[in-house]
Write a protein of this length. Structure first.
Length: 131
């Protein structure tokens, strides 16, 4: 555990989330996927084995972040699964309907991450002629 300047504890989940976000900003989607999966694994362990109350939004957010990273990684392959467009369109619709893939305390960070997700998804949708 690390400590923030305001004396609150920075947990492994927090650190993994920060790494995942930084990886997205750096366009290192494989690393981002790994970090999001780490958040899910840690959260499930703490909830299931230790009995801690874990915010379900954290887990669903991390699962969606990992899926987004997987979409980006799959889109970079030579051949595309036909279902990829449906998954991309579902994510775009999710964001357009005001949902947030990444739930963070800071509105500025959340807006920045959503912009990255949205722009990349719409780019992929156009590139792959999904709509």
């Amino acid at each position: 555990k690390l400590y923030r300047s305001n004396k609150t504890i920075l947990t492994s989940k927090d650190l993994a989330l920060m790494k995942a976000i930084q990886s997205f900003l750096d366009k290192d989607f494989a690393s981002a996927k790994t970090e999001f999966e780490k958040i899910v694994k840690i959260s499930n362990y703490l909830r299931d084995k230790k009995g801690y109350k874990i915010n379900p939004k954290l887990i669903s957010t991390a699962e969606m972040g990992a899926e987004f990273a997987e979409l980006i990684l799959e889109s970079a392959k030579e051949s595309h699964d036909p279902a990829l467009c449906q998954r991309i369109d579902r994510q775009i619709t999710f964001i357009e309907n005001g949902k947030s893939i990444v739930e963070q305390n800071s509105k500025a960070v959340r807006r920045e991450i959503l912009n990255i997700f949205y722009n990349k998804l719409t780019e992929l949708s156009g590139k792959m002629s999904c709509k």
